[in-house]
Design a protein around this ligand. Structure first.
Ligand code: GTP
Ligand code: SPV
Ligand code: MN
Length: 594
């Protein structure tokens, strides 16, 4: 096991509080993974899919009241409210502990408490960090096996006194003696996803789903890690990382921050339609970036698997994801075909007869509202199964980042692509990012909201301080910082059709980004940034009307002028904490528009 006294004490204290029937230390072995799947199948939480169609894979259906991240139940418990900032829900740490203590008391009765030591990042990498999750959910254990590096080798690195982030999770449903469990235990009306940035702890109660429960992901690798990054001079970002190779063999690494369900997984695994270009995946959701001695920024993917959006994924839009999830995967809230395979909206084949929906009922396809898969249905698949996983994806030193893309879902206004004038202007672009809300979080889908750097739900401290941190990183890195771009794949024409075909065709924009990094590629200076000239984006072989292309690259000065007051209002939330550089950037934009 371990001789780490602090770890053993914490486990003993947590067991004393939660009163589980049993304690199991996870070793991260394949046997253990298989045991978790079997436990879930035996208890009725999961079912095996067909061994021919989806070998060694299970289907799990969650409680309909537990299907996505819950932003209004997510708290940053810093000592001072100002340190959580206006975009987070804040609670005093002592007050939160007083709420949590009675909830966690005896909460694991009738259940097994699993101790999951995990590494975010290749075990032993100088960019990696270690966490230990305590959870009463075998579903969490199995998912953590795929999403992180779990087990004994992590305890070895931790040694007797290594640092770890303690993460406590309970589904919040103790069982009375003899009480039969439900397929998806949770505590729907009492969810608390809480973070203590000063003591670097995570307590999560009541939900078993995704980012609420797999605490290495959003809770640690973004909310707590963003605080560590600020303190230690690095960056923890909601970004994919891809390796782009040109026909001439020029290699660039690109990181991209898009909000939840806005295309990170798809871009990270893209199959370029441009001949000779190659995209390989380093990561699809999170990037940790640190300076190396050479002064450049290097990134690792702290994760080990993909927790990807299922609906919309198919062999045309993302064949690599389809291959990654073809075996050894966990499917949550998707439909099930009579031949024991999974099904979701826009998967390759039409819905077969006798399809079972995510509620476990025969699917009644009478309207488009009644989906067979929940819009936030997910697959959990090992990254190593992705056919285009980059050979250097586990390099402990990370990959040198050449460009950073920001982007969101904007049906109007925002052009297909632009480059920032500078790092400071790029920080301004990221800080004023807006996107339509998706089903990845509970709440109203489609609503336009500011989502700075795609970090609105994930920044563990005051977002104004986070903006300052971006500026500080730029000041440190100087000329060696990545170039910053803003892209938008989601423009729609008035009749509703996508103006840009997206997916593999996004390689055309990546090509321009690659050229710009080397000082080539044509641009025209506009008030909002450097836009590709009308023929700078290679549209060879693409059947796109000239009018659509012009529309995609049009800058409507009047429309942008109307956005200035909205930007000012967004910035006003941060009061005098807002870096003056950003006000300056906004003033300059206004001047350029006039
Ligand atoms: P999270 O895992 O929530 O962080 O999401 P993500 O950013 O990885 O999003 P993902 O790649 O899973 O895409 C979400 C949805 O957007 C899927 O239904 C995709 O089919 C769709 N999508 C992705 N890329 C494009 C694109 O280029 N164009 C269009 N129209 N849709 C896209
Ligand atoms: C996201 O919502 O950005 C996700 C899914 O990547 S979850 O892990 O549930 O946060
Ligand atoms: Mn995400």
């Amino acid at each position: 096991m371990t001789n780490h006294t602090a770890l053993k004490d914490w486990v003993a204290k947590t067991a004393e509080l939660c009163q589980p029937d049993k304690i199991v230390w996870c070793d991260g072995s394949k046997d253990e993974y298989q045991r978790m799947l079997q436990i879930m199948v035996d208890s009725g939480s999961a079912q095996w899919l067909s061994p021919e169609r989806k070998p060694n894979s299970i289907l799990v259906r969650s409680d309909p009241a537990d299907v996505a991240r819950v932003e209004d139940r997510t708290f940053i418990c810093s000592n001072y409210e100002a340190d959580a900032g206006p975009t987070n829900h804040w609670k005093d740490p002592e007050e939160m502990h007083e709420i949590l203590r009675p909830l966690f008391r005896n909460c694991m009765r009738g259940r097994t408490m699993y101790i999951i030591p995990f590494s975010m990042g290749p075990v032993g990498s100088p960019i990696a960090h270690i966490g230990v999750e305590i959870s009463d959910s075998p579903y969490v254990v199995a998912n953590m096996h795929i999403m992180t590096r779990v087990g004994s080798k992590v305890l070895e690195v931790l040694g007797d006194d290594g640092e770890f982030v303690p993460c406590i999770h309970s589904v919040g449903k103790p069982l009375a003696f003899g009480e039969k469990d439900v397929p998806w235990p949770c505590n729907a009306d009492n969810k608390y996803i809480t973070h203590f940035p000063e003591t670097k702890e995570i307590w999560s109660y009541g939900s078993g789903y995704g980012g609420n429960a797999l605490l290495g992901k959003k809770c640690f690798a973004l909310r707590i890690a963003s605080v560590m990054a600020k303190e230690q001079g690095w960056m923890a970002e909601h970004m994919l990382i891809l390796k782009l190779t040109s026909p001439q063999g020029v290699v660039k690494h690109i990181a991209a921050a898009f909000p939840s369900a806005c295309g990170k997984t798809n871009l990270a695994m893209l199959t370029p339609t441009l001949p000779g270009w190659k995209v390989e995946t380093v990561g699809d959701d999170i990037a940790w970036m640190k300076f190396k001695e050479d002064g450049y920024l290097y990134a690792i993917n702290p994760e080990n698997g993909f927790f990807g959006v299922a609906p919309g994924t198919n062999t045309k839009t993302n064949p690599n994801a389809m291959a990654a999830l073809s075996k050894n995967s966990i499917f949550t809230n998707v439909g099930k075909t009579p031949d024991g395979d999974v099904w979701w909206e826009d998967i390759d084949r039409p819905a077969p007869d006798l399809l079972i929906d995510w509620h476990g009922k025969e699917w009644v396809h009478y309207d488009s509202v009644n989906k067979a898969a929940h819009p936030n249905a997910r697959f959990t698949a090992p990254a190593s199964q992705c056919p285009v996983i980059a050979d250097n994806w586990e390099d402990p030193a990370g990959v040198k980042i050449d460009a950073i893309l920001f982007g969101g879902r904007r049906s109007t206004g925002q052009p297909l692509a632009l480059q920032s004038f500078s790092w400071e202007h790029g920080t301004f672009l990221g800080s004023t990012m807006a996107s339509q809300k998706t089903a990845a979080a509970a709440g109203k889908v489609g609503e336009l909201r500011f989502d700075p750097m795609a970090m609105l739900p994930f920044c563990g401290y005051n977002m104004a301080d986070y903006f300052q941190h971006w500026l500080d990183m730029g000041a440190t890195g100087g000329d060696k910082m990545p170039r910053i771009f803003y892209v938008n794949w989601f423009r729609r024409a008035e009749d509703g059709h996508w103006l840009w075909p997206g997916f593999g065709e996004n390689s055309r924009v990546l090509k321009w980004v690659c050229e710009r990094c080397d000082g080539a590629g044509d641009v025209v200076e506009t008030p909002i940034g450097l836009l590709p000239t009308n023929d700078a984006i290679d549209t060879t072989g693409l059947d796109i009307p000239e009018d659509d292309m012009a529309e995609l690259l049009r800058v409507d000065v009047d429309e942008w002028k109307q956005k200035i007051p909205l930007f000012r209002e967004h910035y006003a939330k941060f009061g005098d904490k807002l870096p003056s550089e950003l006000t300056k950037q906004l003033d300059s934009l206004e001047e350029r528009l006039n």
